[in-house]
Design a protein around this ligand. Structure first.
Ligand code: HEM
Length: 253
């Protein structure tokens, strides 16, 4: 992906028309398969200064795909009056310097931290071991298994990276599932037991937390199933994934 920044200087008396015309151009961007997202911002300190940020699937997709495509005439018709006002129009590569601030709590902190996640896995694996369908899969698990899974989950949900530092990270977790041949009914049972355990372990029940948590669990268990198939082609080395709130951050009033 590549980010394009287009900076315009628009005097006050043309601002209304500019916003209306760029609004029309944005409708065209919304139909472009090469466009990931876009946002037009206006400077608070210098109100004449406007920046349109467009994320493209690649520079080539933008320059050849979009610019060579059918949508361009409609796009240009809307922005043409402002071409002379453009002060900068450049593509930027993303770097590894990226992240979020602390304005929104991590799922780990919202859940109650690692102690809450340990309570959850303790309750979960008590249920798992007593379960006819999936209990046998875990018959030989280590006594520390619930703590290790909590450690993994803490890292995924934005907590400390202890699973990476102390337990071998993603490759180690993957290794525990390889060849296990987890079936879809077994996956579903594991998910059902986990969701039941959330209440017993006293994790937050707000819709935003539960939706984000279920999103991760669906994703993670489906990967575990695929990776556990005999002879599965797997990604052997990767960072531990980090899961966030998605489209619904916590409601803080
Ligand atoms: C989000 C989904 C899942 C996560 C995050 C997860 C995580 C883990 C982790 C971290 C381990 C290694 C624990 C350690 O380091 O000691 C592990 C082991 C294991 N997992 Fe999963 N798991 C998931 C889903 C599943 C599912 C759906 C099943 C089967 C129904 C399953 C079956 C197992 C088994 C059998 C082991 C090895 C147990 C043993 O030590 O004998 N996992 N899992």
């Amino acid at each position: 992906m590549i980010v394009e920044y287009i900076r315009n200087r628009i005097p006050d008396d043309r601002r209304e028309a500019f916003l209306a015309d760029y609004g029309r151009a944005a409708l065209v961007l919304g139909r472009a398969p090469q466009c990931v997202d876009y946002e037009l911002s206006r400077s608070v300190d210098e109100p004449a200064c406007h920046v349109l940020r467009i994320t493209w699937t690649s520079a080539e997709d933008h320059l050849q795909g979009f610019r060579g495509g059918d949508l361009v005439p409609g796009f240009l018709a809307s922005i043409r009056p402002y071409v002379g006002d453009i002060e900068e129009m450049r593509h930027y590569d993303r770097t590894t310097v990226t992240g979020t601030g602390a304005a929104v709590p991590t799922l780990h902190d919202w859940a109650g931290g690692t102690p809450a996640l340990e309570r959850l896995t303790t309750v979960l694996y008590e249920r798992v071991l007593a379960d006819d369908l999936i209990g046998p899969l875990f018959a030989h698990m280590d006594d520390d298994h619930p703590r290790h899974v909590a450690m993994w989950r803490a890292e995924v949900l934005g907590g400390p990276d202890r699973y990476t530092r102390e337990r071998g990270g993603y490759p180690a977790m993957l290794g525990h599932h390889l060849g296990k041949g987890i079936t879809e009914p077994q996956r579903r049972r594991w998910v059902a037991l986990l969701l039941d355990s959330l209440d017993d372990a006293g994790l937050p029940a707000d819709p935003e937390f539960r939706a984000a948590f279920v999103g991760y669990v669906e994703w993670g268990t489906r990967l575990a199933l695929l990776n556990s198939r005999p002879g599965a082609e797997v990604v052997r080395s990767a960072p531990v994934p980090r899961w966030g709130w998605g489209v619904a951050p916590p409601w803080t009033g």
